[in-house]
Design a protein around this ligand. Structure first.
Ligand SMILES: Nc1ncnc2c1ncn2[C@@H]1O[C@H](COP(=O)(O)OP(=O)(O)OP(=O)(O)O)[C@@H](O)[C@H]1O
Ligand SMILES: [Mg+2]
Length: 427
């Protein structure tokens, strides 16, 4: 090994990572590192591809849960279409708008106009403020007129836009003789219900196809991670670590971003503890932390009652012997917990609505069960994740940290008092 130079306080050589940037959250992988989405790439290309032949494209909406490659594949296909169009002497622009930031029509059109200007030699000044949407549209049509035959507009997280007028403007632009350029829109959302929120007028003029990206399975996640193994120093990843990471991530969510984060976190953990290799146990620990973070993120916008409802369900599962519980059972425990944290409980019906919302977020699953005619049917709720993670994630809320910990719950059982925690209200 080469002699170490410089201040010995700082290691000149990272014993675990070689190209850690490959595992960063914002890292956009090169084309040859994109795996497991061939069909999706084909499908998106089939919708927008006409642009490369000088024909009108279809608009498309891509739906799918977080980390399923929607943003990545959209950008990838759009860029390839741009290159292919150029080969046919068609000037095709690609525009990307993150509507979670540019969440109003004015902001989105301003961003479109500015990035079109950036891509061209457009001379006119585009004001940053003090003008309205109409003026930005004028610039957009002007730039298209002068510089482009076609553009692909990616509207990512489109459900965050406060109104969807932009969809109508873009899809009617040719018809309304604003421009001759063909415009293909790729809208992206993880809310499948987005379409229902669209104004009928907009929905019909946008006339789009819909694609669904499914969560990755274990073998796809394995491939995605294998393709970035060179983030680590040679021989550092022990056999079976990537397989384990893929299996855990597939079981929980099938989210590629999270799988990569776990791999990175496992590496950090190995380094912190002075280990020379990354082992399965590092993956296990990293996955626990990641899962708690994920639940915390999912529930971050939820009300305190939703969190208490989740806590109630988790604690029932821990202290009881069943995985599924009726709304009524969760409600009873919830009321007890409200007493503990001196919060006024909401009604059972209110709690039921909170549970439904959690089901939508993917934290719990609810299933209707027929109890026979006399009993009527009722809902059974189960957690999609380990109840331990829910307890930890909920307790991270400052106002709820006095709730019993997981260990306290497992030690004390359902209806006992111990000297640290009063669980009597849980009975
Ligand atoms: N098929 C793939 N091959 C390689 N890496 C991938 C693949 N799919 C996703 N990734 C990795 O996961 C990250 C997340 O993917 P992407 O941003 O496309 O997800 P998304 O579906 O847009 O999620 P969200 O709904 O949260 O925005 C990417 O930046 C990339 O690092
Ligand atoms: Mg995305």
């Amino acid at each position: 090994m080469a002699e170490q130079a410089g201040d010995p306080l700082f290691q000149s050589h990272d014993p675990i990572f070689d190209r850690k940037e490959l595992l960063h959250v914002g890292h956009v992988p090169d084309e040859d590192r994109i795996v497991g989405r061939d069909d999706e790439i084909q499908s998106v290309a089939a919708e927008v591809g006409a642009i490369t032949r000088g024909d009108p494209p279809n608009n498309v909406m891509i739906y799918g849960k977080t980390g399923t490659g929607k943003s990545l594949i959209s950008r990838h296909v759009a860029t390839r279409a741009q290159t292919a169009a150029r080969d046919n002497e068609i000037d095709c622009g690609v525009l990307y708008v993150d509507c979670s930031e540019a969440n109003t029509e004015t902001r989105a059109t301003r961003q479109l106009a500015l990035s079109l200007k950036d891509q061209t030699g457009y001379q006119e000044n585009i004001p940053l403020r003090g003008v309205g949407t109409m003026e930005y549209y004028q610039h957009i049509w002007g730039i298209l007129e002068d510089f482009f035959d076609a553009i692909i507009v990616i509207l990512d997280e489109i459900d965050k836009l406060d109104n969807s007028n932009i969809l109508m403007q873009l899809s009617r632009a040719r018809e309304a003789q604003k421009t001759d350029a063909y415009i293909g829109v790729i809208g992206i959302s993880n809310k499948v219900k987005y379409r229902e929120t669209l104004d009928e007028r907009i929905d019909s003029s946008f006339g789009h196809r819909e694609l669904f990206f499914h969560p990755y399975d274990a073998s796809q996640l394995r491939e995605i991670m294998r393709n970035r193994e060179d983030a680590f120093q040679p021989e550092v990843l022990e056999d079976g670590t990537i397989e384990l990471c893929a299996a855990l991530a597939a079981k929980k969510h099938g989210d590629a971003r999270k799988a990569i984060e776990i791999l990175k976190e496992a590496g950090e953990l190995a380094r912190r503890t002075g280990s020379e290799t990354v082992s399965e146990s590092h993956i296990q620990q990293a996955q626990e932390v990641a899962e708690i973070n994920r639940i915390e993120e999912l529930t971050s916008g939820a009300t305190v009652h939703a969190k208490l409802a989740l806590y109630a369900l988790a604690s029932r599962i821990i202290t009881g012997d069943r995985e599924t519980h009726k709304t009524r059972e969760i409600y009873e425990r919830y009321v007890g917990i409200c007493n503990m944290v001196t919060t006024d409980p909401i009604t059972e019906n209110g709690l039921y609505r909170q549970l439904k919302e959690q089901a939508f977020l993917g934290v719990i699953e609810s299933e209707k069960t027929g109890g026979g005619r006399s009993q009527g049917s009722y809902l059974l709720h189960r957690l999609v994740t380990d109840p331990k993670h829910i307890i930890k994630a909920v307790r991270r809320d400052d106002s709820l940290e006095e709730l019993p910990t997981y260990d306290q719950l497992t030690e004390t059982g359902p209806a006992t008092n111990n000297r640290d925690v009063d669980l009597s209200s849980f009975s």
